[in-house]
Design a protein around this ligand. Structure first.
Ligand SMILES: *Cc1c(COP(=O)(O)O)cnc(C)c1O
Length: 469
């Protein structure tokens, strides 16, 4: 399997070559030269597979330069009951009426990002042990991604994590989740400022090429190809759980922000998984819904991003979207370069009235956006009808999913976080707080380990220089 860049400037590379990188050197995103195909015979064979067996069957096609025994061992070590509550890893729960919930939030930080990041942590460590290298991961977080990355990389050989977060601006639960980690390779830095200050500091450090090389600075953001690949697995797992025959179709409802999760669903469909509809749900930040309805992809200024009750979907642009557009324009990197030049120049591109938009409309996507009111009503409705509590992000997906539901086609809603992570919204919707899973009861009273710092690029550079591996 060879990988290329959506902007055409990457010599064919292997999975391991692109594993540790973020953007391709030409500013594009990496994708396989072609998608592997899955036959009805494969699907039949996979029916009785455990999650790790299924993950191996799929991922070895994308990561064919990692020796099979090694990849199998990394996957077996990742997807365990100890990390994901049970051997099922991603259980499905019936909500009644042909609607199912695919539980993706049983990992250590109680959100779906763990599924990919726990594997990434093991893949990074394996690659660095082989090369003898080391990596200093620098990131900024307003909550979810940072904690998923820290729980994936804690205690890993050759890796240190420097995570910036806005001082006293995350929820107590999120703060405690990150700051209670005592692993010596994790450095939590609370910046006196807002999230954008943190992100600006990360950008400033990354733009200093000398510093970046000298201290082997890396990232684990949502454009990492291996994250998308690892997410393809649970679309197959969900389909296998609710069907009995290879010709049955299902639809997936996906709460979306950076287009990472649903990009994996799109690729699963391209591989031959019988997915009827990919139902993309946004919150009030409806960049993606607007595109699929109008053909106009319009990036929002940062200060126009609404702070909503599904905060992990509050985005100004969808960083994985370029992968999808690359396919829609017939994989022509010159077209992709031109479209992203237009974004830089005028803030949007418009595909309406082009043959590319026809391809978009035939790609299986349908979309919608939810408001706070929809979210609250959906949480109440699901709770009243099934007794199951869903979080605000999952509710955005279920809400739009119900809009597009078809008779006789099972609808699978992706559960992207547990309600306990968004306690205040749950109390608002239901009048009571969700129960905490075992082991999380006293999270906020555990000792915390962090450093407070001004929003000062030299200060973070000094700190990294002192503590880098
Ligand atoms: C990150 C996240 C999303 C959005 O996923 P994308 O891959 O960015 O589209 C949705 N829900 C939750 C809870 C998340 O943490």
């Amino acid at each position: 399997m060879r990988y290329l860049s959506t902007r055409g400037g990457l010599a064919p590379a292997s999975f391991s070559d692109i594993l540790l990188g973020g953007l391709a050197p030409d500013g594009g995103l990496t994708l396989p030269e072609s998608y592997p195909t899955v036959t009805p015979g494969d699907l039949a064979e996979w029916r009785n597979f455990s999650y790790p067996q299924l993950a191996f069957a799929i991922l070895h096609r994308f990561a064919d330069d990692i020796p099979a025994a090694d990849l199998r061992a990394l996957i077996d070590k990742t997807y365990t009951a100890a990390s994901f509550l049970s051997d099922v890893i991603t259980p499905v729960t019936p909500l009644g009426d042909g609607i199912w919930l695919l539980g993706l939030s049983n990992g250590p930080t109680l959100a779906f990002k763990d599924i990919a990041l726990q594997l990434i942590g093991n893949l990074f460590e394996y690659t660095l042990l082989k090369s003898g290298g080391h990596l200093n991961i620098l990131g900024a977080t307003s909550g979810d991604t940072g904690s998923s990355a820290e729980y994936a990389l804690r205690g890993k050989h050759g890796i240190r994590v420097f995570m910036l977060s806005p001082h006293q601006k995350m929820s107590r639960f999120q703060t405690a989740q990150m700051f209670s980690l005592q692993d010596p390779n994790i450095f939590n830095i609370a910046v006196r400022g807002v999230f954008d200050d943190c992100q600006d500091m990360v950008k400033a450090v990354s733009n200093d090429a000398d510093f970046k090389t000298r201290y082997a600075i890396g990232t684990v953001n949502s454009i990492n190809w291996a994250r998308v690949a690892a997410q393809i697995v649970y679309y197959f797992k969900g389909w296998l759980a609710v069907t009995t025959r290879a010709d049955q179709h299902v639809s997936f409802a996906v709460p979306s922000g950076n287009f990472g999760n649903i990009c994996a669903g799109y690729i699963a469909r391209r591989m031959g998984l019988p997915i009827r509809r990919l139902i993309l749900a946004t919150n009030e930040n409806n960049v993606l819904d607007e595109f699929f309805r109008t053909g106009i992809y319009r990036v929002r200024p940062t200060d126009a991003v609404a702070h909503t009750s599904s905060p992990s979907m509050d985005i100004s642009k969808a960083s994985n979207f370029e992968r999808f557009i690359f396919d829609m324009v017939g994989r022509d990197p010159a077209v992709v370069r031109e479209l992203w030049r237009q974004i830089d120049a005028q803030g949007y591109f418009d595909l309406a009235d082009t043959r590319y938009f026809q391809a978009v409309q035939e790609s299986g996507f349908v979309t919608g956006s939810s408001t706070h009111q929809h979210r609250m009503a959906t949480i109440r409705r699901v709770y009243q009808e099934s007794g199951i509590m869903i979080d605000t992000h999952t509710a955005d997906g279920v809400n739009i999913g119900l809009e597009y539901r078809e008779k006789d086609i099972p609808l699978i809603g992706l559960e992207t976080a547990l309600p306990v992570k968004f306690e205040d919204s749950m109390v608002e919707a239901l009048g009571c707080a969700p129960e905490r899973p075992a082991g999380y009861e006293n999270l906020e009273s555990l000792p915390q380990r962090f450093t407070v710092m001004d929003a000062d690029v030299d200060a973070i550079k000094d700190y990294i220089a002192q503590h880098a591996g």
